[in-house]
Design a protein around this ligand. Structure first.
Ligand SMILES: [Zn+2]
Length: 268
């Protein structure tokens, strides 16, 4: 809601309640309280507008195939105004990656007020992707570049650009696939760290015009290694996540159970 409209509505409400009284004796804050708490349940436009913006944001953050067309267009606009220092091919969505949409400056002026309000409300309430525990399958789905758990860093090496432009590598799962030849060494794996490696994945990469597939595979591995353990499907001990019962915790649980049974058997 534009500020002028909000101010006009607030004036109308004030006039209705107080008519010509220029010095109301009850604060608006009190009037907005529920009737049971001594208020009039008066409409709080500020809060109502924030709620509307949050609902817009919720709709925008629907990343399923059912997302609405305006959300797709919004993504394109946000991407267009992203800082020039970012690799435009690598950025997809600021809520799924670690980069921010400008809310000030020349680029911010290129967006409409609805987008700005939505971005600001997300910042205000610190909206971000979070989960207590993520399965390996789910942790492979996030976008690989400007990963949420990785400190912001430039994406400008030749190998990184090649991974993006020629290998079309965008997600963690795709990085895993691109680096599998290095991560799974075995006598049966004929991969050689050479520009002329004849292993099938390297040949396929060269068909995509990748000049140094071995360097690209190394870069993919390096990107995965930057991801923090909690969101890293390749991290050793990923399946434990500090949530499974270790031998010591199982022992502690048994001890507590025995003590509980013993104390319940003592006559009170
Ligand atoms: Zn390449």
């Amino acid at each position: 809601m534009p500020k002028e409209t909000k101010d006009a509505l607030n004036r109308t409400i004030k006039n209705f309640i107080w008519e010509d009284d220029s010095f109301p004796r009850i604060a608006n804050k009190t009037l907005r309280n529920p009737i049971t708490e001594g208020g009039l349940d008066l409409l709080d436009l500020e809060v109502r507008n924030k709620a509307i913006n949050i609902i817009w944001l919720k709709t925008y953050l629907n990343f399923s195939p059912k997302c609405l067309e305006w959300a797709i267009v919004t993504d394109l606009i946000i991407k267009a105004i992203a800082p020039n220092s970012l690799n435009k091919r690598a950025i997809i969505n600021p809520f799924l990656q670690r980069w921010a949409t400008p809310t000030r400056g020349t680029n911010a002026l290129k967006t409409n007020n609805n987008i700005q309000r939505m971005i600001k409300v997300a910042k205000k309430f610190n909206i971000n992707l979070t989960a207590i525990r993520i399965t390996p399958q789910l942790s492979a789905q996030p976008l690989a570049w400007y990963h949420l758990s990785v400190e912001p860093r430039v994406v400008n090496t030749t190998a990184a650009k090649c991974l993006l432009e020629k290998h079309q590598t965008y997600t963690v799962a795709e990085l895993m696939e691109a680096s599998a030849r290095i991560r799974n060494p075995s006598p049966d794996n004929p991969y050689r760290q050479s520009t002329y490696c004849q292993y099938r994945p390297c040949r396929i990469d060269r068909e995509k015009n990748s000049i140094n597939p071995d360097k690209c595979a190394l870069e993919a591995k390096r990107q995965i290694e930057l991801i923090l353990p909690k969101l890293n499907p390749m991290h050793q001990g990923y399946h434990h996540r500090n949530l499974l019962l270790t031998r010591m915790r199982k022992g502690q649980n048994i001890r507590v159970r025995v003590e509980t049974v013993q104390s319940s058997l003592i006559p009170q």
